[in-house]
Design a protein. Structure first.
Length: 363
């Protein structure tokens, strides 16, 4: 109980990039994202959350309760199925299908049936029963390995194609949602829409932590470079080039950009998802270190420069967030030359303008 969040938090964090692409736009040939009207660079909230997820997953080894729902190569439906399995909730319906008389002996001659399939006799008839928790895909795979006739396989596949799953009740959906929050850090932090057609519905979670796009303090300049790879991918390319074997490409960078983003932590929503003080401390740690384990030649030199947290003394907050963010300004030290390093800027905090009931924390 002592680990609950009882205060609202708002925060500002600054990060920079040098000779790299902080967030390429796939719809624009991977050019750095930019505000077309002002020329300021942009980094999406999705990109920032991806780095937080990667950091938490790395240091916590993707183990519960710090597993990551949205991770590389994830099949989201598997997590939903696991949730309902762990909770002992069965969403299938038992089906009984009469076996044609010419196939009855063949079924009884089998050494075994896959889990989820059983035989039953009633009124001189034999039925193939599919249990409510049967794994249809697994059964289909096992049937191929068992010595069954084509007629038997056709009958079983027809039976399995008629298996229907029921929708979870609202209470079951709530249980599934709470289980997902308890196991996955990013769900109880950022929220998630977990209504999938191909898996049990776990509903929707409003995350207590929300982030804005990051915007560069000054307009950025995008540089484009031609690069050469001393190899080709196919024999056809090698033959076409007569053995020269070169592949041309392009690379985009920002010489330097200081970016500013904003975030919010809601105590009431944290109470709903189970987002705790330990989770909050892990968030601060991730913001401080998320670039340290996300290096690549394409992104150049990126790093968090400053995190400024406003801790309210109440759950609902003591001041409008705009009033708090307006106390933070950035000044370029020499306006006559382009900025090429963090030392070219000064971050100024008007501490005398911070309202009563709000505590300033600088990281």
């Amino acid at each position: 109980m002592g680990n609950e969040i009882k205060n609202r938090y708002d925060f500002v964090f600054f990060f920079d990039v040098k000779d790299g692409n902080p967030n390429g736009d796939p719809d624009a040939g991977n050019l750095p994202r930019i505000d077309a009207e002002t020329g300021h660079g942009l980094v999406t909230d999705v990109c920032i959350k991806r780095k937080i997820r990667n950091y938490v997953g790395l240091i916590k080894e993707f183990k519960e309760p710090y597993d990551i729902y949205i991770k590389e190569k994830a099949v989201l439906g598997r997590a939903h199925v696991k949730a309902f399995t762990e909770l002992g909730i069965t969403l299938g319906e038992e089906t009984r299908n009469e076996i044609p008389k010419e196939l009855v002996d063949d079924f009884y001659s089998l050494d075994y049936l896959p889990d989820g399939l059983t035989l039953d006799e009633y009124d001189e008839k034999t039925f193939l029963i599919v249990s409510p928790d049967a794994d249809v895909k697994l059964i289909k795979a096992e049937i191929k390995e068992i010595q069954t006739t084509k007629a038997m396989q056709k009958f079983i596949n027809q039976v399995l194609s008629n298996v229907k799953a029921r929708k979870p009740t609202s209470e079951e959906m709530d249980d599934g949602r709470q289980w997902m929050c308890s196991q996955y850090y990013d769900i109880r932090t950022f929220g998630a829409v977990m209504a999938l057609k191909s898996a049990p519905n776990c509903g929707q979670v409003r995350g207590p932590v929300q982030l804005t796009f990051a915007r560069s303090v000054d307009p950025i300049v995008t540089l484009e470079y031609s690069i050469t790879r001393m190899a080709v991918a196919t024999e056809a390319e090698a033959e076409k080039q007569g053995g020269d074997n070169r592949t041309m490409g392009r690379k985009f960078t920002v010489p330097y950009g200081l970016y500013r983003a904003h975030g919010f932590v809601s105590a009431p929503l944290a109470e709903q998802t189970g987002f705790s003080k330990d989770d909050l401390n892990l968030l601060w740690e991730a913001l401080d270190n998320m670039f340290e384990h996300d290096r690549s030649a394409a992104r150049g030199l990126m790093g968090t420069r400053k995190v400024i947290v406003f801790e309210h003394s109440s759950k609902m907050g003591n001041a409008p967030v705009q009033k708090l963010f307006d106390t933070i300004s950035v000044k370029r030290i020499d306006e006559k030359k382009p900025a090429r390093d963090f030392s070219d800027y000064e971050i100024i905090i008007a501490k005398d303008k911070i309202p009563e009931g709000v505590k300033l924390i600088e990281r």
